[in-house]
Design a protein around this ligand. Sequence first.
Ligand code: PMP
Length: 307
Amino acid sequence: SKMKTGLIWFNGHIVPQEEAKVSVLTHALHYGTSVFEGIRAYETPKGPAVFRLKEHVERFFHSAKVMMFELPFTPEQVSEGILSVVRENSYKSCYIRPLAWMGATSLGVNPLPNNPAEVMVAAWEWGTYLGDEAVRKGARLITSSWARFPANVMPGKAKVGGNYVNSALARIEAHQAGADEALLLDKEGFVAEGSGENLFFFKGSTLYVLEHSVNLMGITRDSVITIARDLGYEVRECRATRDQLYMADEVFMVGTAAEVTPVSSLDHRAIGSGQAGEHTMRLRKAYLEAVQGHNPKYGPWLTYVNP
Ligand code: PMP
């Protein structure tokens, strides 16, 4: 089915999707020279609100800095573009995709002659990323034969389009193998992250979060750490191996798209009881309450679309 995205903020103007077009000679199409964000807006008692807008826009500009893209808009203008896309499409809740890319001025591999970057923000209605069943019963993971790239190969802390070739290969492989999602290891064999999610695990009631090695500094990861500490969980950062995960009591993945999704098995080994874990589901509930504006403690994380 064709994705319905309605109105798009395209280089500063709201236009219908059909008018938001680029050339086939776009540098980004050839070499993956784009940077992007993934953000969600949720329905709250005070209307739709964007979750952690400031942090997402900040990461967007940091990703552009890594690539030396000049963005012809300020963070305030991009933030307003994001809010306007939700508003103009009258979405109650949606997934929001800001993208900046190198255009069609020059197709040499050096992208910089294409500066300044072009920028757009699209949004669409999007349910659970790993599927409703994964959320209820837990996702089935397999370790990918594709390693997460080392820090001196690709800028994994930036959300660069080209990085997602690695994620796409891992996700294709996982789906072909009948799993819901891929787990990627770093080149030393330690657990890095999912194709688009950070990873946590429980031993008893101690929550372990993977340290930042080659993984993306996820905003959901940061939110879940705060929420878990507020609920009284001890949270420890660690480096973990895949067999450590086999022995964990609970494993779960987090990301803007995936939210908090329990993991039921890894490489055909059941995690804990093989069902969605109890602590995980408690964190999932608290996370959803936070994003949907039901917990005033996390009010500062919300930007209302219609203030
Ligand atoms: N890792 C990767 C590779 C991702 O693409 C994402 C999704 N942006 C995440 C982790 C989770 O990040 P966030 O919580 O900021 O969405």
